[in-house]
Design a protein around this ligand. Structure first.
Ligand code: HPA
Length: 275
């Protein structure tokens, strides 16, 4: 079932039973940002499972909730835990929390993720501001009947990541001496990591980093007209670049190491987006 604008209004009503908080910026907290909320003046939170029509994440480590609060006096809604296509959800289900944040009135969105580095100039611990994405390895979340109250049938995707904001965040990160790059992200389904040949193909296509999320969500936010930026944390070099095997544990360990930098970067990004 594809949800309509009215379904989202029902979901907003449910949230309004617990808070009248009006967020301006949405932030999807990916791997490595689990403790970002410690910096937030939290006003309310609600689990996805308590909102009608929101799928429940199959990952027990994911909290699966919205947190409403002020970062530096800026009203934000944070997604602690996201949904992935590889969990078995349809792309339309994956983006329901994004559309709900749109229905709640956010004007801007920050997406974050952990990604494999494809560009040989990258190293684990670096960050990449996404300038563009390649998403043809997964179905579009917009497939199916379109509700014009959410967005147009054929949305433009020439600037899915607002390049003016990307430039500002990039400059700020450089000034703070954070290891930052700009580049192209490719999303594929996962959950298996890529093969060496797939990484070669991705590189030849122009991708700098790869992962299993984010582009789907950026398509949905652009469909709604929400200005979007996205930051990848390079947790490992992609398959075939280094001798060692890629494991989920390595991703989590590297993310923990980079947590302070990631927290600083996203904090600055929120401030820039609020200007
Ligand atoms: N590939 C895909 N997704 C990822 C990776 C990777 O190497 N690292 C973290 N997320």
């Amino acid at each position: 079932m594809i949800l309509k604008h009215n379904d989202y209004l029902e979901m907003v009503k449910k949230i309004r039973e617990i808070t009248d908080f009006k967020p301006l910026i949405g932030v999807v907290l990916g791997t490595g940002l689990g403790n970002f909320i410690d910096n937030v003046d939290v006003k309310a939170s609600i689990y996805y499972k308590d909102i009608p029509n929101l799928p429940i994440s199959t990952n027990p480590a994911h909290k699966g909730r919205f947190v409403f609060g002020y970062y530096n006096n800026i009203p934000c809604v944070f997604m602690q835990g996201r949904l992935h296509y590889y969990e078995g959800f349809t792309p339309e289900e994956v983006i329901r929390p994004i559309r709900l944040m749109g229905a709640l009135g956010i004007k801007k969105l920050i997406l974050t993720n952990a990604a494999g580095g494809i560009n040989l100039n990258f190293k684990p611990g670096d960050f990449m501001l996404i300038e563009d994405h390649i998403d043809c390895f997964i179905p579009s979340p917009l497939i199916g009947e379109n509700d014009d109250n959410i967005g147009t049938r054929f949305p433009d995707m020439s600037d899915p990541y607002n390049l003016e904001l990307v430039e500002k965040v990039y400059k700020c990160a450089k000034n703070l001496d954070l290891p930052i790059h700009k580049g192209v992200y490719v999303q594929y389904s996962g959950p298996q990591f890529e093969t060496k040949s797939l990484i070669k193909a991705f590189r030849n296509m122009g991708a700098d980093a790869c992962g299993m999320s984010t582009a789907t969500e950026a398509v949905a936010s652009n469909h709604m007209g929400v200005k979007t930026i996205a930051v990848s944390f390079i947790s490992n070099m992609a398959c075939g670049i280094e001798k060692k095997k890629i494991t989920d544990e390595e991703v989590v360990i590297e993310a923990k190491k980079a947590e302070a930098n990631f927290t600083k970067l996203i904090g600055e990004a929120i401030k820039i987006l609020s200007e």
